[in-house]
Design a protein around this ligand. Structure first.
Ligand code: SAH
Length: 360
């Protein structure tokens, strides 16, 4: 057992089993030992690779989408540009470079705000984006509330802790983590009379199934929705998850690019769950914004022109570089890769015309 596991085990021994969200929160965000507090998780030497790390075209497309929305909003002269969970800062660097060429007015109008809990990643972001003087925040609601806001998030919402509930006949129980002598195990916790699940989930989940809800994700989507409705602006969110709210345990741990058991090494593995897009969209609407999607990542990127961008990048490329671009395009778009599991949703002020990428 590592030190975090020993502490969690002791906490369970003295205070009782932990709710699943509390366990995930400790693994990811414990101030001393949490995964995101202590590690730089991205890249070949890290634990996982994300779309902006695969190709510059990804961040460029999202940046240009935000720039187009800024124009659609009447090119306001002063806005906040916000990224949630910016990783190594690559997406934002690619976005700002593309915008600098195509829409320098947006770059001039935008003050950059990065919402990031990881100190090691903040250092990488500060270096990557030094020319844009980013401000750092622990939460979205710390971003100054004084005008339009343009928000991007890739693989942020999957990193937030979920609660899990399990159905036993007509009764729902909170799923909890207990600590038998040899480590950790899931168990049925207290009965919950009114679980915060959707009507369909409560009505349709078969006996014995686990159903998840990510309360922090819904709270943040509601905050963003309220902010967009009040001050104007738009948000583009990409992540992996479901186009329909369902049930099932999607909690997974990843280490060094491999799936590992969830309890293997608390604080040393990334823990994620699939994003429930319909509920995220509903939360943004509850906040007062218009919301669009989900559409698949492949559909979104194609509609906003990623093939044309890849064609430009391939112009005059060496055969080796052309093969790299081809492989990157396949990873982002192919249904066997990230193309359909990953999805995009957009939130925006109700005054804006419909956004690109979400037609049909
Ligand atoms: N968007 C980046 C990184 C995705 S990994 C990319 O696509 O490459 C998840 C990111 O969210 C990391 O930057 C992580 O440190 C950050 N993060 C995780 N939980 C967070 C939280 N509760 N608040 C703010 N940032 C968080």
């Amino acid at each position: 057992m590592n030190e975090l596991a020993r502490r969690l085990s002791a906490r369970i021994a003295s205070h009782g089993a932990l709710r699943v969200d509390a366990f995930i929160d400790a693994c990811l965000a414990d101030p001393e030992f949490g995964y995101y507090r202590t590690r730089a998780p991205l890249g070949a030497s890290g634990d996982f690779t994300t779309a902006p790390e695969i190709s510059q075209a990804f961040g460029e497309m999202l940046g240009l989408w935000l720039g187009e929305r800024w124009q659609a909003a009447g090119s306001p002269p002063s806005v906040r540009l916000v990224e949630l969970g910016p990783g190594r800062g690559v997406l934002m660097a690619d976005a700002l470079r593309a915008l600098g060429k195509v829409l320098p007015g947006f770059v001039a109008a935008a003050r950059l705000h990065l919402v990031e809990i990881s100190r090691p990643l903040r250092a990488q972001q500060a270096e990557q984006l030094a020319g844009h003087a980013p401000s750092f925040h622990d939460t979205f609601d710390e971003v100054p509330d004084d005008g339009p806001v343009f928000v991007v998030a890739n693989e942020f919402f999957d990193a937030l802790p979920v609660r899990q509930f399990v159905r036993r006949g007509a009764v729902w129980h909170e799923r909890v983590v207990s600590s038998p002598a040899d480590g950790f195990a899931f168990a049925d916790g207290p009965r919950v009379d009114d679980p915060p699940l959707s009507r369909e989930q409560i009505d349709d989940a078969p006996d014995g199934t686990v159903v998840e809800v990510c309360e922090p994700a819904l709270a943040i989507a509601r905050q963003i929705g309220a902010r967009l409705a009040r001050t104007g602006g738009a948000a583009i969110i990409v992540d992996y998850g479901t186009a329909r709210s369902g049930w099932g345990d999607t909690l997974q741990a990843v280490r060094a690019h491999n799936k590992v058991p969830v309890f293997e090494a608390p604080g040393e593995c990334d823990l994620t769950t699939h994003v429930d897009f319909p509920r995220l969209v509903n939360a943004a609407r509850t906040g007062g914004a218009d919301a669009f999607g989900p559409v698949t990542q492949a559909d979104f990127l194609r509609r906003v022109g990623i093939h044309a961008r890849f064609a430009v990048l391939a112009r005059g490329a060496s055969p080796e570089r052309a093969r790299t671009l081809e492989a990157a395009s396949r990873r982002l778009l192919h249904p066997d890769e990230m193309g359909t599991l990953f999805k995009a949703v957009a939130f925006q002020a109700p005054t804006l015309p419909p956004p690109p990428g979400f037609e049909g």
